[in-house]
Design a protein around this ligand. Structure first.
Ligand SMILES: NC(=O)c1ccc[n+]([C@@H]2O[C@H](COP(=O)([O-])OP(=O)(O)OC[C@H]3O[C@@H](n4cnc5c(N)ncnc54)[C@H](O)[C@@H]3O)[C@@H](O)[C@H]2O)c1
Ligand SMILES: N[C@H](CO)Cc1c[nH]c[nH+]1
Ligand SMILES: [Zn+2]
Length: 423
């Protein structure tokens, strides 16, 4: 399946130009671009903290309960998968250790263009907290209907998780502000918005502009994966329920007109049955137009494979963000997959479950980057520092080998630095 390459190329030109403007005038650029794309003129993107508490106080109890359930599950999984520190004794007096230390400050992006994503806030914040990050800043686009604040459920979810530093900004301008920082400003009401200090790591999902901006700031800051426009692939055989398959293809097409929904099957009759289920379900869905556009795009469709072996090979080559397996012995088929952001096993593990409440993380690599990158997890916010702790005997035991290798590299001062300790 072709991915939306032209869209990505245009975004690179747009984001590069936006970064140049940002470097010349950071705050005016953020405010101007926000007005252009989000339709609101702000004095500064920093959200006053009292708005967070107000939003939490007014949150629908049903949504509060659902957020608490999601937070609990995502936290349990994040904490369980935080890697442990290790130490290895090589010989007497020769110890090497590995410690996982959190980065100091992170900027977490929560999308908010076509939809609002409190669930993405949970998926970003909880692993950062489980990793032990001390300073967490959040950005989400301002909503015109909310007077230029991020959506109230975003503000409430931030307050629920104890996050106080929230910015009403979206797109590539938010990523730039995190990567390079932003000055403060005086507001007309006499209050002050403090400066936004640059972060060490920027994470979070977003549209093609957000994903492109993250790719372009990598090197200055760390990023998670290029978690861009949503994709679902479904590997199915003749045992699959076409209505389940159709509903799941629609569920992810609902995110974006550029979303990809791909069926891979060795059963031609399933393709017909899914097409007919889509014809029933699409017109009735809330975002029917967006879904229909995504399903009709060149990035979506059905692929007929020879057999399941061929299907597994196609899935690995495609490296979908989400891969569902609807086959006989789904667990065994899933175990053969090498490339996918996340694998959903069997008919009762739909992507929607992982989007909200499975406990796994929904910030996942897209556009084929699942061949080498991973779901957001605690290691996104951790770095491994190695500690070398040898005593005199420990060093003496390998002094000759250090000497031999330093001579072999014609870097004799390296060997001298060891030998001088025994002269
Ligand atoms: N891969 C993942 O883990 C994951 C998870 C959740 C959502 N998503 C994806 O996130 C995306 C959310 O997209 P969204 O648009 O709803 O929200 P978004 O917050 O990602 O993007 C909105 C921002 O895009 C900017 N923008 C819009 N048009 C622009 C243009 N022409 N030029 C420059 N900037 C522009 C605006 O500044 C706006 O604030 C969807 O594509 C969805 O599929 C991915
Ligand atoms: N499916 C999205 C990841 O591509 C995550 C999400 C959030 N809310 C609903 N879905
Ligand atoms: Zn989703």
């Amino acid at each position: 399946m072709p991915r939306a390459a032209a869209v990505a190329q245009d975004a690179t030109a747009t984001v590069t130009a936006l970064f140049e403007r940002f470097h010349a005038a950071p705050l005016p650029t953020v405010l101007d671009v926000t007005e252009q794309f989000d339709g609101v003129r702000l004095e500064h993107p920093r959200v006053p903290e009292e708005h967070l508490d107000e939003a939490l106080a007014q949150l629908d109890p049903r949504v509060l309960h659902a957020l608490e359930t999601a937070i609990d599950r995502v936290r349990r999984f994040a904490e369980a998968t935080r890697p442990a520190d290790t130490a290895v004794t090589m010989a007497d007096g020769a110890r090497v250790a590995n410690r996982w230390l959190p980065v100091s400050r992170v900027g977490l992006y929560v999308p908010g263009g076509l939809a609002v994503y409190p669930s993405s806030l949970v998926m970003n914040v909880v692993p950062a907290q489980a990793a032990g990050v001390a300073s967490i800043a959040l950005a989400s686009p301002p909503q015109k209907a909310q007077g230029g604040r991020p959506h109230p459920t975003i503000l409430a979810a931030a307050a629920l998780l104890g996050i106080r530093e929230v910015y009403a900004m979206g797109g590539a301008q938010a990523v730039a502000a995190f990567a390079w920082g932003l000055p403060g400003a005086e507001r007309a009401d006499g209050t002050t918005a403090p400066p936004l200090p640059a972060v060490d790591v920027v994470t979070g999902p977003g549209n093609v502009f957000v994903a492109t901006a993250k790719r372009l700031v990598r090197g200055r800051v760390g990023i998670d994966s290029e978690a861009g426009t949503t994709e679902i692939a479904i590997l199915a055989d003749d045992t699959a329920d076409p209505r389940f398959v159709a509903a799941d293809l629609i569920s992810q097409a609902e995110h974006d007109p550029n979303a990809a929904s791909v069926l891979i099957t060795d059963a031609p009759e399933l393709i017909d049955a899914v097409r007919s289920a889509l014809a029933d379900l699409v017109p009735a869905t809330r975002h029917a137009e967006r879904v229909a556009t995504a399903l009709a795009g060149p990035q979506s469709g059905a692929l007929l494979v020879r057999d399941l072996d061929h299907g597994v090979a196609v899935c690995d080559a495609y490296a979908a963000e989400h891969l569902e397996i609807h086959t006989r012995d789904a667990a065994a088929v899933a175990a053969r997959i090498r490339n996918a952001g996340a694998v959903f096993v069997g008919p009762f593990s739909p992507v929607s479950l992982g989007d909200y409440c499975a406990g796994s993380n929904h910030v996942l690599p897209t556009a084929g980057t699942a061949t080498y990158s991973s779901a957001l997890n605690t290691t996104t916010f951790l770095k491994a520092v190695q500690y070398i702790d040898y005593d005199r005997d420990g060093l003496a035991a390998v002094a000759a080998e250090v000497r031999a290798l330093s001579d072999a590299e014609d870097l004799p001062a390296h060997g001298d630095a060891v030998d001088i300790r025994f002269a």
